[in-house]
Design a protein around this ligand. Structure first.
Ligand SMILES: [Zn+2]
Length: 148
């Protein structure tokens, strides 16, 4: 059996597996028909222009081919942490710094993040945004502790 290739065609780094359904919902409408009926990989490299690619590397989607900014890629604007409710990293940090949010529960209440989650079709990774929201909270807390 041939080993499945999981390396990005441009940066050569290993990507994260993403379901076909997720890719179909993320690429621009006119490109949906080009999405193959197989699972893809998401390039996790911040500098790399590639977003999705398949293991045969004959189907590649770059940043401009995708409807939303990819939060961990360079120059993502806005930087969403929760795509389902369009909550940005900035909103989460501000809720921590200005509104004294301390944990996930506070953030859900203050920003509406993670409500009615449809991460499989709304998040570019197809995964729940929980850990990304958590790291934004941690960032906010760190920032706040530094200031005090
Ligand atoms: Zn790449």
């Amino acid at each position: 059996m041939v080993e499945k290739n999981d390396s990005c065609p441009i940066c050569k780094k290993a990507g994260d597996k993403v379901k076909n359904t997720t890719v179909e919902h993320m690429v621009c409408d006119e490109l949906v028909e080009n999405v193959k009926s197989e699972d893809y990989y998401l390039c996790m490299d911040e500098e790399c222009d590639v977003v999705y690619y398949n293991s045969d590397l004959d189907s590649v989607f770059k940043k401009r081919d995708v409807k939303v900014p990819i939060w961990f890629k360079k120059d993502a604007e806005p930087k969403y942490v929760c795509y389902c409710n369009e909550v940005t990293e900035e909103q989460v940090i501000s809720a921590v710094v200005k509104d004294n949010a301390e944990n996930m529960k506070d953030i859900v209440r203050l920003t509406g993040a993670m409500k009615n989650g449809q991460c499989e079709i709304k998040n570019p990774s197809g995964k729940c945004c929980h850990s990304v929201v958590q790291s934004a909270i941690d960032k906010g807390l760190q920032f706040k502790n530094k200031k005090n």
